[in-house]
Ligand binder design. Sequence first.
Ligand SMILES: [Fe+2]
Length: 443
Amino acid sequence: MSKYRDNPEAVAALVRDTEIHKDCYVDEELFRLEMENLFANTWVYVGHASQVSRVGDFYSTTVGDQAVVMVRHTDQSVRVLYNRCAHKGVQVAPDGCGNTGKFFRCPYHAWTYKTDGSLLAIPLKKGYDFPEFDACEAKRGMKPVGEVKVYRDFVFCRLNPEGVGFEEFFGDSLSTLDNMVDRSPEGKLEVTGGVMRYMHRCNWKMLVDNQTDTCHPMVAHESSAGTAVKVWQAAAEGTPKPMAVELFAPFINSYEFFENMGIRVWVNGHGHTGVADSIHAAYSPAPGYLESMVAAYGEERAKRILGDVRHNTVYFPNIMVKGPIQTLRLFKPIAADRTLVESWTFRLVGAPDLLLERTLMYNRLVNAPTSVVGHDDLEMYERAQQGLQTRAAHWVNVGRLYSPTEHGQTNAVTNGTNEWQMRAQMRAWVKYMTASMKHGVSA
Ligand SMILES: [Fe+2]
């Protein structure tokens, strides 16, 4: 029997002021509803335009559980199509990326499509020379997603044709993407260094929660980052500080550091840690970088861009962006207890190579399947996924520093260990989970 389908009140009751029901993390029906509603009603990250820079370039990926292909059309625009042949349903574009030329060709029966999805040709066309074919779904070709928006080369889509607008959905949170792009003296980013993929046996929202969880680094990462710092402290005096230590060390900063760095909560589940300070604030300067930024933007603006050292920005539902170190993590939902984590890195066009080296090293040290820091978190998620299966209790607590006055507030800045951002995410979850159900519930 269906417990949550077409029952927005039951879905809304899973999110209390300071508690989240465990079903949100373990229930397969809710996972299906997330795919059908949450991931269809929100603006979800697809990829970066630099992945499809030439006409015909494509990249196959997923939005929620939907296979899509992002492609550079002949008019230079970026299109996002469901990756499904209109004929028998075969995935037209293969996994990964490549260049398809002027059209896609299904490998099964050679139906071909222009890169905007429209049907181009069918072999033995005369077999379809009857008026009824015009009314068939197949005649319409590969279906585009509801809407696509390319914001400073970041490609987002909303699967549903109707719903919240892009600007309305993201509000002021787009300032994090602006800052990351503005860190290039040429105002341009390129995906560089491939992608690191890492399967996690846990619910995707555990990863999203973790991005603004500032009470765990000094505990969970003591064994990895803490050990790196101890090894460094034992090094001979005068030894130059390795880049790896500079990247690791802030993970075991004090509670006070994380409290003081602050957190900002925007609309619709978007927010970021690191308002006044962050773990990325004290990296050593790259020779020549400030000079090239000043030449591009003028001194005042260059310093303002580089002085904005946000830590983790969550774009709800499922990405996290780090502007100062140019990484993006995508939490792809696979099942209620499976998440594929992708970690992407970007080159700041026109900036010194040292910055890319730092970005790539950070990704390897912290996010890679071979990293030490990422494993600390992975074990916590998987143990939580197991613990939540027990019948011991029903609720996950997100009540730290809760205040009844926070409801409805946006663009609020508060103590960096406040779990307000996690609460705001789940209020947005209710809003978009129920938006397409009868009598949707507003959070
Ligand atoms: Fe962590």
